[in-house]
Design a protein around this ligand. Structure first.
Ligand code: ADP
Ligand code: ASP
Ligand code: MG
Length: 421
């Protein structure tokens, strides 16, 4: 049996017809290597952004179902055009949307999770020697409703297909040469990583490194799909391999720095300090499918026996959160609700920070020396995140990237002190 390679091309890679023709060359090259090839495509260039803009020009609160109907069309355009480009090179190719393949998701609009992928049709077409092109980002429910997987979700379509087909590898082709120590468009001396663990990549992606959709990394880790991020333009380069942490030698305490400016902070003030209040608040948000990231509860004030709960959510979930917050406020007999959109989250990530003291204090000191105020902190075993003012985000990323010496190859020997570059 031939090996199956899944390739995914992002929006920039298929931004115009010339680029689509170039992608067709990359695809047939893989086919000529003797592999079966399944390709997943994103919408062309900024198509999805344009569709979102048009929807909001027509209706300030478009229904989630119709947004999915609209946004799923972007990927269908690139899928058909790429198939035509491959056919014009003399190869047999066929395109399918998610409904035709059977990419089943849960019954949730805008950020559905894939629950099952049917492979019969794909295997039949591969056995006939065809190259298959699939529309990323979309799925279908059991009832035949169109869903989408969340912005950037074509990465997840590709990895889930690779897992379902037991593919040899999933190659994510994009507009940078791999995964870098931070966004190379923000910090020009960011270094490209040859490899990174699933665990670190998952934290980086959740922390805002949008080079990979977080759920694609989650799926790759779960099914042990070998995953590569590489350039559509410099295809001879192997990019970054994402693999299990046990296979890696970890030298540096911090592998990368990420920034996320897409969150908002909500503070519910003066909540009576009694059991079950947090469960009521976050239960109501969960019912509306609002994911919460950082959470801080203040000490109870003795005078009023109340406390405040501050948390962050994605900006796109704010309208849904607002639908429940006023009801919850009454239920809890809480005080004001404050919403702050002028925030950004900066995070440092690294499996090497486990058992190495001094990393958090270096981060806080660096932000302080840059005159940046920390408004919330959260940590996991391999990540420290600080919420700061949005205008300080780039400065914070650059300072943290510098202090942890990520711009150079030298290995850090950390117990608080870091080597010079
Ligand atoms: P695509 O359209 O191919 O899916 P994306 O725009 O979703 O591409 O992701 C690629 C972009 O991710 C890069 O252009 C880069 O600006 C950004 N990015 C953010 N963090 C990182 C990082 N740590 N490494 C590489 N790219 C990053
Ligand atoms: N086109 C979708 C987006 O722009 C999905 C993707 O590109 O992965 O978010
Ligand atoms: Mg992307």
């Amino acid at each position: 049996m031939k090996k199956i390679i899944v390739q995914k091309f992002g929006g920039t890679s298929v931004a115009d017809t010339e680029r689509i023709k170039h992608v067709a060359q990359v695809v047939v090259k893989e086919k000529n290597n003797g592999n079966d090839v399944v390709v997943v495509v994103s919408a062309m260039g900024h198509t999805t952004d344009h569709l979102v803009k048009m929807a909001h020009e027509i209706n300030s609160q478009p229904s989630e179902r119709e947004m999915d109907m609209l946004l799923s069309t972007g990927e269908c355009v690139s899928m058909a055009l790429l198939t035509m480009a491959i056919q014009s090179l003399g190869y047999d190719a066929v395109s399918f949307n998610a409904a035709q393949v059977g990419i089943y998701t849960e019954n949730v609009h805008n950020k559905a999770r894939i629950i099952d992928i049917k492979t019969e049709k794909l295997r039949k077409n591969l056995n006939e020697g065809k190259i298959i092109i699939i529309a990323g980002f979309q799925g279908i429910t059991e009832d035949g409703e169109i869903t989408t997987l969340g912005r950037g979700g074509s990465d997840t379509s590709a990895v889930a297909l690779a897992a379902a087909l037991n593919a040899e590898r999933c190659d994510i082709y994009t507009d940078v040469e791999g995964v870098y120590t931070t966004d190379p468009r923000v910090v020009p001396n960011a270094s490209k990583l040859d490899e990174i663990s699933y665990e670190e990549m998952l934290e980086l992606a959740h922390a805002g490194a949008n080079v990979l959709h977080p759920r694609s990394v989650e799926t790759a880790k779960q099914h042990e799909v070998p995953l590569r991020v590489r350039s559509s333009f410099k295809t001879e380069n192997l990019g970054t391999l994402i693999l299990g942490v046990e296979k890696m030698e970890i030298n540096k305490p911090v592998a990368g720095v990420a920034e996320d400016s897409s969150q908002v902070r909500i503070v519910v003030c003066d909540i009576p300090d009694t059991p079950g209040e947090a469960a009521t608040l976050f239960g109501s948000l969960a019912e509306k499918n609002v994911s919460v990231d950082m959470i801080i509860q203040s000490y109870a004030r003795k005078s009023s026996n109340t406390n405040d709960i501050a948390f962050t959510i994605n900006k796109s979930d704010l309208p849904r959160a607002q639908e429940v917050l006023n009801t919850v406020k009454e239920k809890l007999q809480a005080g004001d609700i404050k919403i702050d959109e002028n925030i950004a989250k900066v995070s440092i990530i690294g499996a090497g920070m486990i058992d190495r003291p001094g990393i958090a204090s270096t981060m806080f000191k660096t932000l302080a020396e840059s005159g940046i105020n920390i408004r919330m902190i959260s940590t996991s075993e391999i990540k420290i995140s600080c919420l700061i003012n949005k205008e300080d985000a780039s400065k914070a990323v650059k300072a943290l990237h510098d202090v942890f010496n990520l711009g150079c190859e030298e290995v850090a020997d950390v117990k608080g002190t870091l080597p010079d570059c």
